[in-house]
Design a protein around this ligand. Sequence first.
Ligand code: NAD
Length: 348
Amino acid sequence: MKLLITGGAGFIGSAVARLAMEEGCHVVVLDALTYAACPANLAPVEGLPGYAFERADIRDRTLLERIFARHRPDAVLHLAAESHVDRSIDGPDAFIDTNITGTFYLLEAARSHWQARGRPAGFRFLQVSTDEVWGSLGPEGQFSEDSPQAPNSPYAASKSAADQLVRAWGATYGLPVLITNCSNNYGPYHFPEKLIPLTILQALAGKPIPVYGDGAQVRDWLYVEDHARALLTVLRRGEPGRRYAIGGTGEVSNLELVQKICALLDDRRPRALPHATLITHVPDRPGHDRRYAIDATRIRQELGWTPSVSLDQGLAHTVDWFLANPGWWRVLQARGGLGQRLGLGPAA
Ligand code: NAD
């Protein structure tokens, strides 16, 4: 099977590309290489037979058509997106352009490729989306595939709009589409502007660890390799037209999460004062959802997927990976621009 993976130079897309190659698929990564891309994430597959890379922007319709014609993929895994909520608050334009218009162009390119090949029944277009499209939960309950969409951030709204386009291309044109909505991912190669790597790197530098508001916002966390496995499972066995909610069983408040990371670092890199003394509460961000939780019954029961890594195991592995790979994150830190909304300035 030949997969076209958009956003494959990013955090999750590169995990999917590495796993798909391991499992014997042919992979074409399509990525515009924005600030969030890390081509080094693809080093393990670079040069392997069956792997190709295309530098392309999903907003370039003509180029997309040429890439489909050149590679003739059997499936598209669509991960290319502007993905950072903080950035979507300060500059929503790129989120609308890439996440909505870019998805529209990609759907059109996929549709004409699928039609030109005689509408093969096995073709798939998998839209990789987020639980943030469902908005915020109260203290009880969980999101499932049937929850109403109620996005609160420009990022979440743009992903929700893209999900609707994908759904419509399935209903109207018969394109075999699938949608997944996953909780927060973490793990090796996580871009250092996101909460977990940011916490690790601020703590290692002995700098303030910012936590929004009271830190009581609850998130469900899924180890990135479990998400990559879930995506390949949905691609192979999911039913076209269906949506799958994907989550770990890793519900924890942001403050508790940061404290867990500090405790791991106290163990591995002891300092005079515990790392948790670096925690600094900063003003909450607008529209900040209070709680997300996922009911992943459908993917568990229908497709047999379950997470294999607990939050504690995954966090320990992630902290160890960042300690062992300073060369990877120092390059990204040196580019600057991380954590601006958190008041960290350009050299977080
Ligand atoms: P990321 O920011 O690490 O990677 C995104 C990739 O997309 C980058 O390599 C970037 O260069 C590329 N890209 C951006 N704009 C592009 C464009 N116009 N054309 C082509 N490529 C472009 O993101 P991620 O965390 O790996 O998330 C990947 C996908 O998964 C996103 O669609 C996101 O909404 C979704 N998702 C993420 C999470 C999470 O916790 N990170 C959870 C659920 C769903």
